[in-house]
Design a binder for this molecule. Structure first.
Ligand SMILES: [Zn+2]
Ligand SMILES: [Zn+2]
Length: 174
């Protein structure tokens, strides 16, 4: 669905093919109830009520609420209207995370890879991740996108700073 000009003037677009409502300033999907959209525009972007007079028309656009959105398929192109976060995909299951700490915890608890020195390239893959939103519980599932390769900087975690050896986690392009 193409986004009507009045919607674009509020920095909102409708995604294809999901019909999700995306705030291009926040780069995430929004709840589609007009009152919640008005609240977002007012509180997050200080947009006056006089510019929001068409927001009640959202109901006619047959939008998909966050609660009904499922993650996109992995390895679809990066969507510039959504936030992209560098992260990691587990090499042994479909788990993915943006947190190095959670990756280590996952490898330890789920795959019995408990020692940093034994984490190998096959255990994880640096990836670019997108999700519909970062708030609430719905729409937070990550999918892997084909992004323009960019450096992923792994900073040592505080608990590992005393180690003399460098972290064995290296990065490579997606
Ligand atoms: Zn916003
Ligand atoms: Zn796993």
């Amino acid at each position: 669905m193409s986004s009507p000009p009045w919607l674009r003037s509020l920095n909102l677009i409708v995604s294809t093919p999901e019909n999700a409502l995306i705030c291009t300033l926040c780069r995430r999907a929004l709840r589609v109830h007009p009152r919640l959209v008005q609240q977002h525009l007012t509180e997050a972007h200080s947009i006056s009520a006089s510019r929001q007079t068409q927001v009640p028309d959202l109901g006619t656009l047959l939008l998909t609420d966050i609660s009904e959105l499922s993650a996109r398929a992995d390895f679809c192109p990066e969507d510039p209207s959504l936030t992209t976060t560098p992260g990691f995909a587990c090499g042994h299951c479909s788990s993915r995370t943006t947190s190095q700490q959670l990756l280590r915890r996952h490898l330890s608890s789920q795959h019995n890879i408990k020692h940093l020195d034994t984490i190998a390239d096959r255990d994880y893959r640096p990836v670019s991740l997108q999700q519909w939103t970062t708030s609430g519980s719905a729409g937070r599932q990550y999918w892997i996108v084909l992004a323009i390769p960019r450096a992923v900087t792994l900073t040592p975690l505080p608990t590992y700073r005393k180690r003399k050896r460098p972290l064995p986690l290296s990065h490579r392009k997606c």
